[in-house]
Design a protein around this ligand. Sequence first.
Ligand SMILES: *Cc1c(COP(=O)(O)O)cnc(C)c1O
Length: 375
Amino acid sequence: MNEKIWLSSPHMSGKEQFYIKEAFDANWVAPLGPNVNGFESDIQNYLDNNIEVAALSSGTAALHLALIILGVSKGDEVICQSKTFSASANPIVYQGATPVFVDSEKDTWNLCPEQLERAIEDRLSKGKHPKAIIAVHLYGMPYKVNEIREIADRYGIPIVEDSAESLGSTYNGEKCGTFGDLSILSFNGNKIITTSGGGALVTKTKGQKDLAVFLSTQARDAAPHYQHSHIGYNYRMSNIVAGIGRGQMTILDSHVNKRRMNFEFYKKAFQDNEDIVFLDEPQGYHSNRWLSCILLPNYKIREEIRLTLEKDNIESRPLWKPMHAQPIFKHAPSYLNGVSDALFDCGLCLPSGSNLTDNQLERVKSGINKYFAIC
Ligand SMILES: *Cc1c(COP(=O)(O)O)cnc(C)c1O
């Protein structure tokens, strides 16, 4: 059996254990400490010095706190990009609110401005005022930031920017993770950098950051005894985990470069195959190419290729199944144009890790070529 090629596996820099050892030596084995503060300022320096960062236990926790800070509660509605990972939508339900799903456009595969506006108008006509819009930069490709912002501002609805997959991507030269009223990052094991598990909330003000830290550390009032005026959460990042994050921040840019090179490799490898289509970057968009995705002619071919690769011990994965098509969300209001369903039928994510070797890329290429040669 050939060795396994993963879709996207962790890729350490070698510096992580230095920061972890420091934490052990100083006995900062706790959900606070110098690595937590250091990791937060590393991210801040990377993104934009006008923002604030709260390091948390996961991207999902960051989304949950974002909705709490925006006052989302029972009976509210929150608009969410349908084509995404379920973690974008689940925190809406944690708050007892209802997700309203909106389809994608074809240029970036993200939130469609026309459908978004149609959804807002329709919710308003039903007496509902959506409390927030969750927009996602899928696979590292920025959503239509200006168009979505214009609509959100016109209706006075805040944006929660789900940047879990797009650390290192830019839109008109500015970094993804800075476009939301609140934004989130993820450092899960398969993301462009990882802390094994972790996330962050990016805020525009120190007050919001402080609120996120307060809520994520059990909401203790300023009193010598344990006193609580709010419901708290145990969502803070550990100082050990943050040490991994500090090591990872030193190689983020090279990870982005390598992932973009993977994409270029596939694009060149299949340039003469009319059955394989890639998503190009619109003018002003710069994707970290977290995952290299291809579109195939139909569901059948996509599945046959996926199974062909699997036989050779190569992991690939269909594009995210849209939330409106998930059994758990089948009753949620949805505003659809067919794009996300078509992408799900035809789209496949290829191995994309920053640690892929030339040999491994060649194996993926010849696996796919073999399929087309015999059919
Ligand atoms: C990974 C991911 C999340 C959740 O992040 P975790 O750190 O795994 O909780 C949220 N949204 C999207 C789009 C993701 O890919």
